[in-house]
Design a protein around this ligand. Structure first.
Ligand SMILES: *Cc1c(COP(=O)(O)O)cnc(C)c1O
Length: 216
């Protein structure tokens, strides 16, 4: 299996025209595919698993890629990615953001983060509710977390074919995003729903299978 170069070029062109940043989601995909995509000019890659990310980062260090963490992050694993991570998109608890701050302080780094907000109807998805989001932002605004930079929000819509439901969820996230004037990144949209996400205000999409082919 190879990457879908035509798909990548088409998606990239569409996103560039709309000023939307692409994160190529490379979880479970090989080093070779990442290298091939980087050869076409891609620099932003998203990963869900710490061990896999650390291995890939180590092996591909010379390429200077921007690694995004988009999976559920356990507090005891923050230290492994803190030195190099470009953006932790999946901050889903106060405990986690405090740990990222602590690890950032140890290495004198301000670690860029997004808060992951729970917008789907499904029980299985991680994320903050609106009250927790507001609580973290209040603590952050008081200057208590100087070694993190909270740059925006990330969310995943329900796994559904019903566009009305997905649209309502994206618009809800956009509403929360708009309440914080300091935010710059609204990360929503994946292979199946990124066009709708952009219509609802997304400026960063995370696309895996459309570019890399289906994951095994
Ligand atoms: C896997 C994953 C994606 C990419 O999904 P595709 O449907 O393959 O585009 C995007 N965001 C998150 C959080 C993911 O875990």
């Amino acid at each position: 299996m190879t990457i879908s170069i035509d798909h990548y070029r088409l998606i990239k062109k569409e996103l560039t025209e709309k000023h939307v940043t692409l994160v190529a989601v490379s979880k479970i995909q090989s080093f070779e595919k990442i290298k091939a995509l980087n050869g076409l000019g891609e620099r932003n890659f998203g990963e869900n698993y710490v061990q896999e990310l650390v291995q890939k980062q180590e092996l591909l260090k010379h390429l200077n890629l921007n690694w995004h963490f988009i999976g559920h992050l356990q507090t005891n694993k923050v230290k492994y990615i803190a030195p190099f991570i470009h953006l932790i998109q999946s901050v889903d608890s106060l405990k986690l953001v405090k740990e990222i701050n602590k690890e950032g302080r140890k290495i004198s780094r301000i670690i860029p983060c997004l808060l992951q907000v729970y917008i789907a109807k499904e029980e299985t998805k991680y994320g903050l509710d609106e009250a927790e989001l507001n609580e973290i932002m209040q603590i952050y605004s008081s200057g208590e977390l100087p070694n993190v930079s909270i740059n925006g929000l990330m969310g995943m819509a329900s796994f559904s074919n019903n566009k009305k439901i997905i649209r309502a969820e994206f618009l809800d996230l956009k509403r929360m995003y708009s309440q914080f004037s300091e935010f710059q990144i609204l990360s929503m949209g994946m292979s199946g729903d990124y066009k709708l996400a952009i219509k609802c205000g997304s400026n960063m999409v995370r696309i895996g299978s459309s570019i890399f082919g289906a994951r095994k």
